[in-house]
Structures are given as C-alpha cells and as structure tokens.
Design a protein around this ligand. Structure first.
Ligand code: AKB
Length: 316
C-alpha cells in the first residue's frame, strides 16, 4: 500500500513522514505539499511532490499514478489564522477534505483527517469533555472541524469510505514549528526561553488545554488507521489526550529546570476567546477502549525531552 500525506510540510506532516516510513517502508510514503521549499526539504529523505489539494485534477493524477491506498489529509488553516480570513479557512479546510474523501471513494483509499479540540465550544462541558457531547464551536476552524467530522462519517455510511480521525489537542514538538494555532504557545516557549531566557505568553496563565507530545500524536495517526474496524463504535472523531496544563503550570516546570527563565503575559484577545471556549480536559476513554490508545508522554517527560532536543537544535 502506498501512503500519501497531503500538507506534509507542516508540524505534523514533517514528523509523520519518517514515522510512516519506519512502519511501512521508505518507498511507500509520498509527501505532497503546496510550497516548493517544503517539497525540497521533505525530498531530502522521502519521495516528495508539489500538490495543491484544492486542484482536483492534479490530486486525482497523484492518487492514480502513485497507486495510493491511504491518504493523510493534513491541509488546514489553524484556529487563530482562520479568524483573520474565515472564508479562506472554509475554502481550504473543507475543499481539501472533500477532495480527499471523493478520491478515497473513487480509488478505494482509507483517509485520516485530523479533527481538533477546536470542534468544541463554550456550551461543551469543559471538564472531562465526553466523546459524544454538545459541539457548537465559535471559530471558523471549529465549524470546519465539526462539518469535517460529519462529512467523513457521511462518506463512511453513504459510500463505505474508510474515514477515521482523532480530535487532536495542542501538539508539542521540536521538528517543524506549528503556525497559526491557539496552542502554539506551548511550543514557542521552549525556543524563546532557550534563545533569550524570556517568554511573553498570549494565553492567560490559568487557561487549561489538553496537549500531546508528538510521539504520542504519531502513534494515534497510525494505530487508529491500522486497528480492526470491527472494534470501532465511533469513527469521526475520537477524543485523544495525554496531559492537560495551564501556561502557569508549564512555565513552572520549565523554571524548575532553568531557574533564570522569566515569563510575562500579554494576552491576545483572539487566542484568549478561543482557548476559553475549548475543553480544559477531555475524556479519551472511547479511544482507549475501541483501538487501544495509550499515550506515554506526560508533562515532566515532555519538558525534559523538549529542552534537550531544542538546545541541541539551537547549538548545532
Ligand atoms: C490550534 O491551536 O489551532 C491547533 C488545534 C488544537 O487544533 N493546535
């Protein structure tokens, strides 16, 4: 089976590619991205091509020519960026998903498209947010995620397309930087503290959000897609989380390792409103029960690893 990752140059794709190569073989993974510099970078270690996922003709040629059996559709404008241009966010996020599902129907592929904690809103229970609950988001990103979950389930029930997904919380990683998200602070802080000793945070100090360290996020992407579908009660989309913390707690963990680090808050009103509407902590028991989700990275392990990896990167 050949696997196509669309939107491969971003935070998740950059690390998903080597993870997929290690599981399914180097030559069976194709990375596609709109940006030429991303394609050049990815091309150093895998088969990489330029592709605009909104251009159905080119997308179809790629799926057909490379004999694709599984698509990871990672094309998205994230929550904070989406608010600057909601129409564009809808066009990109929904356009790439619809094209991916249509091609999956035509070429009998399975499809993974991440959903997000952004699919929830103010009226969702914020503590231990259930798998099946109220979903009335107040961002265009969240609206696309809810619509995307429904569309993916529709393609499964109506056309038998094997579409599966998870609701990712903030993902913390030390490869490619995230961009345009509300949870990005939890990555940015490591770079700023190690480069300048200081970080100014756009999120209020006591706002809790769920988070995952990248190795767990990568396992979610592959474990769910490889599990026996007979065990799945849900499909689109599963709550997954490994930790929930506030900026204050994260910064305390960093400060206990780097006592000279200093922090201040300059709250961004857009990110404040978005983060306040998201869960404080999710219940991921359905993912655990239906496909064996079992994350291994907690706050302390993650902070140690991030500081080590980013120090090495900066001092290289
Ligand atoms: C964002 O902050 O927009 C993303 C997400 C949680 O989906 N990281």
């Amino acid at each position: 089976m050949n696997i196509l990752v669309v939107g491969a140059g971003g935070q998740i794709g950059t690390e998903l590619i080597p993870h997929l190569q290690s599981l399914y073989g180097e030559d069976n993974v194709i990375a596609a991205d709109l940006k030429k510099d991303n394609v050049l970078r990815l091309g150093e270690s895998c088969r990489a091509i330029t592709l605009d996922a909104l251009d159905m003709k080119s997308y179809r040629e790629v799926v057909s020519n490379y004999g694709i059996g599984r698509i990871y559709n990672l094309v998205a404008l994230l929550s904070a960026t989406g608010e600057n241009n909601p129409q564009l966010a809808w066009e990109i996020n929904m356009g790439a998903l619809l094209n991916s599902l249509e091609l999956a129907r035509e070429f009998n592929c399975s499809v993974f498209t991440p959903s997000s904690i952004g699919a929830f809103g103010h009226s969702t229970p914020h503590i231990n947010t259930p798998q099946d609950t109220v979903m009335r988001p107040n961002t265009i990103y969240g609206v696309c995620k809810v619509a995307g979950e429904l569309l993916s389930d529709y393609y499964y029930t109506r056309f038998g397309v094997d579409a599966r997904s998870v609701r990712f919380p903030g993902i913390i990683s030390n490869g490619a930087l995230p961009g345009g998200g509300t949870t990005d602070y939890a990555v940015e802080v490591f770079y700023e503290i190690l480069k300048t000793g200081h970080y100014t945070c756009p999120i209020p100090e006591n706002t809790f959000m769920d988070m995952l360290y990248m190795p767990d996020a990568l396992n979610a992407c592959t474990q769910l897609m490889d599990c026996d579908p007979a065990n799945l009660v849900h499909r689109n989309s599963f709550n997954v989380t490994a930790m929930s913390f506030s900026p204050k707690e994260l910064f305390a963990a960093i400060k206990s390792r780097i006592p000279s680090a200093t922090f201040k808050y300059e709250v961004d009103p857009v990110k404040d409103k978005i983060s306040a509407s998201w869960p404080d902590s999710m219940d991921d028991s359905c993912a655990r029960k239906e496909w064996g989700w079992n994350p291994t990275w907690d706050l302390e392990l993650m902070v140690d690893d991030m500081l080590k990896a980013i120090s090495a990167k900066i001092n290289r």
